[in-house]
Design a protein around this ligand. Sequence first.
Ligand SMILES: NC(=O)c1ccc[n+]([C@@H]2O[C@H](COP(=O)([O-])OP(=O)(O)OC[C@H]3O[C@@H](n4cnc5c(N)ncnc54)[C@H](O)[C@@H]3O)[C@@H](O)[C@H]2O)c1
Length: 369
Amino acid sequence: MNLNIGMIGTGSIGLVHLLSLKKIQEDNLLSKHGVNIKIQGVADIDENKLNNLKRNNPYNVEYFTTNPDEIIKDKKINVMYITTPTKFHKDYYIRIAEEGKHIFCEKPLAFSLEDIKEMISVEKKQGVLTQVGLVLRHCPILWKLKQILLENDQTFGMRLSFIFRDAQEWPIGSRIHPSEWRKDPSLAHAGCLFEHSIHDVDTLEYFFGNDSKLSKLFAKIRYVSPLTQKRLEDVATIKFEYEDGFVGNLISIWNKVRMDERRIEIFFEKGYVVLDGYTGFSFKKFEYLIGRKKTRLKLNEIINEYLKEKDLPQITPSTGPYFFENLHFLESIIKEEKPYPGLEIGYKAHEIIELAYQSSRENKILSLN
Ligand SMILES: NC(=O)c1ccc[n+]([C@@H]2O[C@H](COP(=O)([O-])OP(=O)(O)OC[C@H]3O[C@@H](n4cnc5c(N)ncnc54)[C@H](O)[C@@H]3O)[C@@H](O)[C@H]2O)c1
C-alpha cells in the first residue's frame, strides 16, 4: 500500500506537517505496516512560496502547482491535507471528500456550525476518514496531565475549580505567525478565541468532558486592537459550569507581548495540578500536589513514557505534538480506523465557542443541551 499525499496551503502549518511526514518517512515508522508514503503534490496560490519550496525540495514533493484542482482531481493521491486560511477549509473539504480521499483538516473547521454539519454528512456519505488539527489531543504533556487526573481521581477528592490561560502575541506579522489573513474577518472569521483558544476549549472537553457534562457558560468577549479596526476579538473570558458543580475560567488573550504560552491550574478538595509556561513542546513548571506530597514532572520522562505507551521506538519528535498527530492520522488510515480527533469532536469545540459569542452578545448565562 502507498499513501500518496497531497496538500493545499504550504504556509506555516503546512510546512510543520511536511516536516513531520518527512520524519515519519526517515524513521521508517510505517514500514511495520508495509506502507510507503510519498508527497505526491502540493498546491498554494502563492507562486513565490512554491518556488522557494521547489528550490531544494527538502520534502521530495513530486510536483508543485498553483491550481489546487490539479491536486484535488489527481487520482494517484489518496490522502489530503487542508492547511489554508480557515475560510477555504469547508469548500476544499467537500470537494476532496467527493473525490473519495481521506483528509487531515486544520482547525478551525469552518465559519458556522451548519457548515460543519455539512462536512460531517459528506464525510459519512463518501465513507472517507477525517482528522481535525486539534493537535493538543496528541501532546504528550497534556496526555500526562490527563493520566494524572485519571490515576488520582479518588485521592484528589472532589474537583473544585480550574483556570486556563492562553496568551499569544497578536499573530499578525509576529515572530510566531507572519500571517496577514488573521486580521481579516472574511478569511479568519474571528479572533483569539476561535483561531487559537479553540485548542483550549477542546482541551477542557478532553480533560473533563467524560466525567460530568458542561452545563452552563457565561462569556465576555472584547474587541480592542486597531489592527483589525476592532473586528476580531483579542480578549475572551469564559466562565464554565459543569453538572457536578465544577466551575472554572478560560482567559484567551492576543496582545503585543512576545509570548505564546498557556497556564493550567486545576484545584481539588485535597490537591492541585499546575502546568505553567506550556507551549505544546515544553513547559516551565509542571507539578501536582496530593495532601502534602508534591510531585514535579520532567519533560524527558514524560516523552519517554508517552513513546512507551504508544509502542514507539526512542525517537526525537522534532515537531512535538504535530509529529504524533500525523503519525496517528496515517496509521488510522492504514488500519481503516476513524482517526482521532474527528469532525464530531471539532464540532463540539465550535459549538461551545459559538455559545460563548452568543453569551457575550446577549450578556446572558447560557445552558448547553
Ligand atoms: N493546529 C495548529 O496548531 C495550527 C497552527 C497554525 C495554524 N493552524 C491553522 O492552519 C491554517 C493555516 O494557518 P497558517 O498559519 O499555516 O497560515 P499561513 O498564512 O502561514 O499559510 C496559509 C497558506 O495558504 C495559502 N493559501 C491562501 N489561500 C489559499 C487558497 N485559496 N488555496 C490554496 N492556498 C491558499 C497561502 O498562500 C499560504 O501559503 C489556519 O486555518 C490556521 O488556523 C493550525
